[in-house]
Design a protein around this ligand. Sequence first.
Ligand SMILES: C[S@@+](CC[C@H](N)C(=O)[O-])C[C@H]1O[C@@H](n2cnc3c(N)ncnc32)[C@H](O)[C@@H]1O
Length: 215
Amino acid sequence: VFTFYLDEERMRREVAAGRHRDVIGGLWDEIGALQFDWLARQGLRSDHKFIDIGCGSLRAGVRLIPLLGQNYYGIDVSPALISAAVDEALAVDPDFPPANLAANGDFALDTFDQFFDVGLAQSVFTHLPLSELARCLNTTAPYFKLGARLYATFFRGPPDRPVRQPSGKWSFADRDPYHFDPAAIEATTPPSWEFEWIGDWNHPRDLQMVAFTKL
Ligand SMILES: C[S@@+](CC[C@H](N)C(=O)[O-])C[C@H]1O[C@@H](n2cnc3c(N)ncnc32)[C@H](O)[C@@H]1O
């Protein structure tokens, strides 16, 4: 097990205790707004089909659904978090289709019957090894339009030792929270995607931004 997010018993307990906004990392308003502002600056439009990979309880989604409506889609490994996400979505938009939110740990986007323009995986690959990034990019590629952008955030760090991030939090080469070297992320990128290191995007815990463009 790579990360406690895969412990569904625990996720069920957290959600039942009303802690679905905390368990995905807290800073609900700050990191929700950060994600919305980032995507808006990249030109996200209301007619874009958008996929939130590892959407959690919809920290970004509650801000994006007022813009995107039913063009917002989310996927997360945890059924408990997805059920909390459905409640959050309906609270901001009673017409939001719950089927746009799917519990799936295999990055399977075929259930949606859509081709996406833009995607985001925010603080998902900080909890998973690079083999999961490869699995994600390979599995999702057929469901993105040519030229589509998939943004993903990572801790940056050396391949062989822990490092203290500027926020003071430690990250690790081989366990959650994972960090990676940009060259390792690039080497993991399959030929269906083009890798681009963006870097700092003002994340309070120093996560760095990467863009993958669908080829
Ligand atoms: C730190 S939270 C971030 C949630 C959301 N992206 C946000 O910024 O609010 C990480 C999320 O990744 C999800 N996750 C972990 N492994 C996953 C997988 N294989 N497929 C989909 N989601 C996954 C977790 O369940 C959790 O909701």
